[in-house]
Design a protein around this ligand. Structure first.
Ligand code: ADP
Length: 486
């Protein structure tokens, strides 16, 4: 599978600790290609012992890394970034092979992930503190921003490259050292980044990757070891809650990027063609497997029929295929569990009165993980599909009448990550944007995520923000100095 890479040395099969790829001690686990089920690699199992070694390496490297100048860290991050750009085709191919997404989207992810590295290479130089007017005439108040220490992270399979870099770039820029456990479904993209970190000259112990299938055991160490100052997680809400509770034992600073239940609202004054295009992008990206993917579509009555007609026409021809195939727009889902979950949600909705307009099944000719782009209507808030992050290519459409009604519908969920709406009325745009209880809002826009913007959610969607000039805050501590006797 890797024969067509320009640089096969990017493919590694074991954890990366203190600048070395470690041979396994306790066997291997298989990584499969979701498009055809073929075996891609056997990767060495790491467990709590290796995790402790990685934390020790990160702790040992911290003093020199945080003590280097911002310009020195910035230069090494820029070198890492340049290597990612240079090897983008190989990185994208590795990503599609283990994750399934269309190669064009994989290329997009490699560029998106790398953009955080260049962004934070620049931000590293602007970790400015403050001088504050003092409370007494003989005092001076100074505030320093300092690297918090060793950062541990656990990342998911849906963005095997970017979810690591969004955290690691900010952590390293701030002067922190880093240990990540990538998803056991997609470890190869993480290990390719480790190879490039070595080549960039990032010092041993600054960036570490622990690969293993015993997520629980590795997670226990990462969340409870007192040498870890900060824990950052991207994944499902239930797992996030468990890890957040575990972090309480040592009062770690915590960031959580958890699930969402994104609404997409089409008002009667929307540009319908642009809303359809936005919806396709925000729904079918990564076969619907992103935390900002649209989950619930609300269309206002006067434009309902016209919007639906355009939507069906635009969705029907989407090309479902192996991600490596030219023209592929939707790849396979990650595994059988994902397919079963979506099929169950869909069946329940149809039983409860939803109407199937398009798709609704596996494309068996392609393979067991290829789910057709699907549209259902008459979806109600009582259906489980409205309350659950679908993580698949199913569009759920509902009708609404008033602005107030749709704001209540949209906010009626425990999560609050991304939301989207289409309208041309400036008054309505500000009213609705203020009323939506979400961390991110796309207004006449479906591609909202980039390195310059703060990514994150409210309510049960998480804690903290990644990217932007705020992104360093999660990896720094404020230290207040009070100079007296002046
Ligand atoms: P998803 O599979 O939907 O991305 P998960 O939350 O299951 O969401 O997985 C995200 C990451 O969390 C993966 O790296 C996975 O291995 C890890 N993980 C899952 N369960 C646990 C756990 N109990 N403790 C620590 N990490 C976990």
């Amino acid at each position: 599978a890797f024969a067509s890479l320009n640089d096969r040395a990017l493919v590694h099969h074991s954890s990366y600790i203190s600048g070395q790829f470690h041979p396994g001690r306790t066997g291997h686990f298989a990584v499969h290609n979701p498009a055809d089920g073929s075996l891609l690699a056997l990767v060495a199992e790491a467990g709590s012992t290796e995790t402790e070694q990685a934390i020790a390496a990160a702790a040992a490297a911290f003093s020199a890394w945080s003590g280097a100048t911002a310009a020195q860290r910035s230069a090494l991050l820029m070198r890492w970034y340049q290597l990612m750009q240079q090897h983008q085709h190989d990185l994208a191919r590795i990503l599609t092979l283990e994750q399934g997404k269309p190669l064009t989207e994989a290329m997009g992810e490699i560029n998106y992930g790398a953009s955080f590295v260049s962004w934070f290479a620049e931000e590293a130089k602007r970790m400015n503190g403050d001088i504050i007017p003092a409370a007494a005439t003989d005092q001076q108040i100074l505030v320093l921003k300092q690297a918090i220490g060793v950062v541990a992270a656990i990342t998911p399979w849906n963005f095997p490259n970017a979810m690591i870099l969004r955290k690691a770039a900010a952590a390293l820029a701030a002067g922190c050292t880093f240990v990540v456990k990538p998803s056991e479904l997609t470890p190869l993209s993480a290990l390719a980044l480790a190879e490039l970190a070595t080549r960039a000259g990032i010092p041993a112990g600054v960036f570490n990757v622990v690969t293993g299938t015993d997520a629980k055991a590795i997670g226990q160490v990462l969340t409870k070891d007192s040498r870890v100052a900060k824990f950052s997680f991207t994944g499902s809400t239930p797992v996030g809650k468990t890890l957040l509770a575990q972090c309480a034992s040592t009062v770690k600073k915590v960031s959580m990027e958890l699930g969402g239940n994104a609404p997409f609202i089409v008002f009667d004054d929307a540009d319908l063609a642009s809303a359809v295009q936005g919806l396709l992008a925000a729904k079918f990206r990564n076969a619907g497997q992103t935390c900002v993917c649209v989950n619930r579509v609300f269309v206002q009555r006067p434009v309902y029929d016209a919007f639906l007609a355009q939507l069906i026409q635009a969705t029907a021809p989407l090309k479902l295929a192996n991600g490596l195939e030219t023209g592929c727009q939707i790849g396979p889902l990650i595994n059988q569990t994902a397919v079963d979950k979506i099929a169950r949600l869909l069946d329940q909705a149809l039983d409860q009165g939803a109407e199937l307009l398009l798709g609704g099944a596996i494309d068996a000719d392609l393979g067991p993980l290829f789910f057709q782009p699907t549209i259902i209507t008459e979806v109600t808030p009582a259906m489980r599909i409205s309350q659950t992050e679908i993580f698949g290519p199913v569009l759920c459409i509902s009708l609404f009448d008033t602005e107030q009604e749709v704001i209540e519908l949209a906010n009626n969920t425990p999560t609050g990550l991304a939301s989207y709406f289409y309208s041309r009325d400036i008054g309505r745009i500000f009213r609705v944007a203020k009323a939506l209880h979400y961390g991110m809002i796309g207004i006449n826009e479906a591609s909202i995520s980039n390195a310059a913007a703060p990514f994150g959610g409210v309510k049960e969607s998480g804690l903290g923000r990644e990217g932007s000039s705020y992104g360093l805050d999660d990896f720094t501590e404020l230290k207040y100095l009070c100079l007296g006797g002046l």
